[in-house]
Design a protein around this ligand. Structure first.
Ligand SMILES: Cc1cc2nc3c(=O)[nH]c(=O)nc-3n(C[C@H](O)[C@H](O)[C@H](O)COP(=O)(O)O)c2cc1C
Length: 337
């Protein structure tokens, strides 16, 4: 396993990414049970998870490797970000390793195959009956060429097409790599979006249990932003929050050869910042509203920091790239988590 990890890390980052996704998709095709690792059980969005460690959005953007990722043992897996239409994302190179900081900078720009391709794959996965113990969330975004005023419709397209396939939806308003997207986290734009999305959620549920909706926020928010987003989450009765996405800040990696690359920074330099955002939201949101803590969780200590800040469950991305599946075991085995 360590050898495979070292080989992956010797390849250019995006090549390694594609090889890893193919490998995980292959793992999912092998026969055998698919079960989350046993750890601390936790209630999340009306389900009991076998462990509180999830995969963050962006690794399996097109739901190509859901079964393989479930086999790794995650308690839940978030796929996407998916946009209504396929789009190529930004020109390459767009993913950079900052190994010395256990960090990445990416400006992928929502490269993905679109809602239809994802829906087809998830239908096959659901119909296989092999995925009944791992929760699958779908992270929704808007196409680059959709004007901000029309963004809500892009989120609704994803919800309508995939509401029978998702255990929850995430509204991604926090990627730094889609121009203007983060503006939707504020004021009237957020109120309008949450209002319409909630209305659609109830219509789609048609009397049955509604698919929960979570909002994913950036770490680069000031106290006023956090206050007003919290108020809107409560007012609109959204089911949860994911904090945080990648940061535009570079203080922690200044001087690194890739530090000035445009994009979002993730991994170890984000731990304190994301935990602080979680702590501030936790102080303002009702206790029964779950917060998914994500950003720089890479070991039992950083996982504990996130839980102490008030996270209900955790997600990882960058540390999974550097450490591989053994990290999921390490985190779920830790008796204090
Ligand atoms: C290469 C890369 C691509 C990402 N793509 C997405 C994405 O499509 N949607 C999203 O909500 N977050 C995306 N993220 C952000 C992660 O889900 C996560 O919020 C962030 O990286 C912080 O967690 P980490 O420090 O464990 O990586 C991406 C992160 C990376 C490194």
């Amino acid at each position: 396993m360590k050898l495979a990890q070292n080989i992956l890390l010797s390849l250019p980052p995006e090549v390694a990414h594609n090889v890893a996704i193919s490998g995980l998709a292959g793992l999912g095709r092998l026969p055998g049970p698919i079960e989350p690792l046993s750890g601390r059980k936790v209630d999340f969005l009306g389900h009991e998870l076998s462990n509180p460690i999830g995969l963050a959005a962006g690794l399996d953007k097109d739901a190509q490797a859901v079964l393989g990722l479930a086999k790794v043992g995650f308690g839940f897996v978030e796929v996407g970000t998916v946009t209504p239409k396929p789009q190529p994302g930004n020109p390459k190179p767009r993913l950079f390793r900052l190994k010395e900081h256990a960090a990445l900078i990416n400006r992928m720009g929502f490269n993905n195959q679109g809602v239809e391709a994802m829906a087809g794959r998830l239908e096959r996965v659901r119909n296989s009956g092999r995925l009944d113990k791992t929760l699958v969330g779908i992270n929704l975004g808007k196409n680059k060429d959709t004007p901000l005023e029309g963004a809500t419709e892009d989120y609704l397209i994803g919800m309508r097409r995939m509401h029978s396939l998702a255990d929850y939806f995430t509204l991604n308003l926090s990627s730094p790599n889609t121009p203007g997207l983060r503006q939707l986290q504020h004021g009237d734009a957020l109120a309008e979006l949450l209002g319409r999305v909630k209305e659609a959620q109830q219509t789609l549920a048609n009397g049955r249990a509604a698919v929960p909706i979570l909002l994913k926020v950036a770490p680069d928010l000031d106290d006023e932003d956090i206050e007003s987003i919290s108020t809107q989450l409560v007012q609109s009765e959204l089911e949860g929050l994911i904090a945080t996405n990648t940061t535009l800040a570079r203080t922690a990696v200044r001087g690194h050869v890739h530090a000035e690359e445009v994009g979002g920074l993730s991994g170890a330099p984000l731990t304190g910042k994301s935990a602080e955002v979680v702590r501030k939201f936790r102080a303002r949101l009702p206790l029964d509203m779950p917060i998914v803590g994500v950003g720089g969780v890479s070991c039992p200590e950083s996982a504990r920091e996130m839980f102490t800040a008030g996270a209900s469950v955790l997600q990882i991305y960058t540390s999974f790239i550097y450490k591989g599946p053994k990290l999921v075991q390490e985190l779920t085995n830790d008796s204090l988590l």
